[in-house]
Design a protein around this ligand. Structure first.
Ligand code: NAD
Ligand code: MG
Length: 387
């Protein structure tokens, strides 16, 4: 990065990734300038962030909170917008160099596409965007010469291992998975787990949706699809390895059999900083790894007959077309229902499987097809829950 500041828009600045990105930026004030902050409905935190970072614009998803936000920021030269369409508008502002997509779920797709169309580089946390429409998103990025820098720790690890190796063929990648809070448990046990148990991740403190996805291993399924699109891989080139200590964040195996791994303590600030600061490594005081606190690093095969969400996501990837979009929409409805105690932990998988079989398959989807698939799947999923 040259001495000029990088101008960043953060979509979802009030979430787990968003707040950690602002912690990084607070420590690297001479490197970054925040241009946009957005939240779905956490108005108090958004106001506080806006006053501290003085962005050019803020967006609140919930339009009923627009007036309150506007009056709270009346004394500041900050533009205030509301609603989903505003996200697509603000990412296009001239002064923005990079958009950090730290919002959760399908809602990330349209603003990410709008940012790419406007030629903005993407620091991508919102994996759902690549799961839903990876082919479309990566093709558009290529056409617009836009780089997509991964924030997800596993993908950041692979990206870091590939530095200086872009011309060398990848034989395989190994995505590591912690296994989540229910590693080693049986289906009988899983049938009765509560959301409180599922929300207790052993190694990472994250938003609710990804924490449930980590407990069900759907997160790893989504990440395999994310990796396929980010690194242009075939499904059989991606393996999942359970590594409960979350120290090795992923591994690349090259065509000569050599393997490179990236490791460090589990702290999302590191991959966030690498993505927004690329190609530089910026000095940071993050806690350092101590080998003697981790005398053994262990590896296991994932149990896909207990954690069937992972198998379903891999199946959707192999089917291609809109199948991953179906899995994503069904999973978003399932996780929301599980968090409202309307669906059991294992019922989530049954419902997702039913959606994959019942939603119309489209082999070569357009953006309109993805939008229709998302809506159709959500209808089928909601009917399944009430039935
Ligand atoms: P979170 O729930 O903590 O935060 C989500 C943010 O998005 C909030 O600011 C919220 O206001 C906003 N938001 C939610 N719904 C929205 C909508 N419909 N429209 C606009 N904005 C909306 O989530 P998180 O844990 O920070 O995760 C964000 C993304 O990053 C997810 O895609 C997740 O998979 C990915 N990710 C997170 C982590 C992590 O450690 N938290 C790690 C890897 C990847
Ligand atoms: Mg991850």
């Amino acid at each position: 990065m040259n001495s000029e500041k990088r101008h960043i828009a953060i979509l979802g600045s009030t979430g787990s990734i968003g707040t950690q990105a602002l912690e990084v930026i607070r420590e690297q004030k001479n490197r970054f300038m925040v241009e946009v902050l957005t939240s779905n409905n956490r108005i108090d935190l958004l106001i506080q962030q806006a006053i501290e970072f003085q962005p050019d614009a803020v967006v609140i998803g919930d339009v009923t909170k627009y007036e309150a936000l506007k009056s709270a920021l009346a004394d500041h030269p900050i533009k205030v917008y509301a609603g989903a369409d505003a996200l697509e508008q603000v990412v296009q502002m001239d002064q923005i160099d990079m958009v950090l997509t730290a919002l959760v779920g399908y809602a990330g797709l349209r603003p990410t596409l709008a940012a790419i169309r406007a030629g903005k580089h993407i620091a991508l946390a919102n994996k759902e965007t690549l799961v839903v429409a990876g082919e479309l998103v990566t093709a558009l990025a290529k056409q617009k010469s836009v780089n997509i820098y991964p924030v997800d720790s596993e993908h950041s690890a692979i990206f870091q291992c590939l530095a200086g190796e872009w011309h060398n063929p990848i034989e395989k990648i190994y995505l590591t998975a912690s296994g989540g809070p229910f590693r080693g448990k049986s289906r009988e046990y899983l049938a009765n787990v509560t959301k409180e148990q599922a929300l207790k991740h052993p190694n990472w403190d994250m938003g609710a949706k990804i924490t449930i996805d980590s407990a069900s291993l759907m997160n790893k399924g989504l990440e395999v699809i994310e990796a396929k699109w980010l690194f242009g891989l075939q499904p059989e080139q991606i393996d999942v390895i359970v590594h409960p200590q979350s120290i090795i964040h992923s591994i690349v195996q090259f065509c000569d059999g050599s393997m490179k791994a990236q490791m460090g303590l589990p702290d999302m600030k590191l991959p966030i900083q690498y993505a927004i600061g690329y190609p530089e490594r910026l000095s940071a005081t993050f806690p350092r790894f101590d080998f003697f606190n981790y005398p053994s690093l262990t590896f296991e095969k994932p149990d896909t007959s207990t954690f069937r969400n992972l198998a379903l996501a891999l199946e959707a990837m192999k089917r291609g077309g809109n199948a991953p979009c179906i899995i994503n929409a069904a999973n978003e409805v399932a996780v929301a229902a599980f968090l409202q105690d309307r669906l059991g932990f294992l019922e989530m998988t049954n419902m997702i499987e039913e959606c994959l079989e019942r939603t119309s398959f489209v082999a070569h989807p357009t953006l309109d097809d993805y939008i229709a698939t998302d809506a159709e799947t959500r209808r089928i999923a909601n009917d399944w829950i009430v039935a």
